[in-house]
Design a protein around this ligand. Sequence first.
Ligand code: ADP
Ligand code: MG
Length: 242
Amino acid sequence: MEKLKVTNLKKSYGDLEVLKSIDLQVKEREVVCLIGPSGSGKSTLLRCLNMLEEVTGGEVIVNDVKLTDKSTNINKVRENIGMVFQHFNLFPNLNILDNITLAPVELKKATKEQAQETALKLLDRVGLKDKAKVNPSKLSGGQKQRVAIARALAMNPDIMLFDEPTSALDPEMVGEVLAVIKQLAQEGMTMVIVTHEMGFAKEVADRVIFMDNGYIVEQGSPQEIFGNPQNERTKDFLNKVL
Ligand code: ADP
Ligand code: MG
């Protein structure tokens, strides 16, 4: 079953055409890694998938609901799409537990007690149960990102979007965050992950998509894309980063 279907998606900022005609389908339980040079439109595409950006044209369908329809309640759909950003975006004035329980309680997905119980389980899962009561400023980058993942999971999403979740981290913290994402992949979470970690993409992706200049240039299995890329731009990019 398709969880996500994007057809002829276009996005411009003024005269700047950032996404030119994107077609993308993601199946349930599929893990898709998006790679490509800086400025190619990866973040914009990800943000269009949950309408954090208003699209210029085309369609985005999530779980058979057309997000690009004016009548669709975007907030309702968004509750099922977890997003994790490069810079964590934790609420600095709330402790870790409150960071995680805020949305489920506000959006009436759970009572405060239920939300806290779930949050503690999620914190345990990302190895941070002892940090429930501390402030985000007391955590390392890797710990903050694991909290951000737990916070996204607290809404019980069925799709997770990651935008370069490790690129703001010191190298020694990359592994602990990738391990959490890898575990989610093994548990069958549907995910779209923008990443510069080619080794990780090779290991975790069912499909790798190479974007350049607002287009999907090439896609295939990790073996195909990393082992036998067909397009010159893909080859050129991989030569630079591998
Ligand atoms: P990537 O994530 O692949 O590095 P982005 O999607 O962030 O690429 O950006 C693609 C292009 O869109 C870049 O040229 C960037 O400067 C431009 N862009 C992104 N966001 C905005 C915005 N809010 N306003 C204007 N231009 C933007
Ligand atoms: Mg980006």
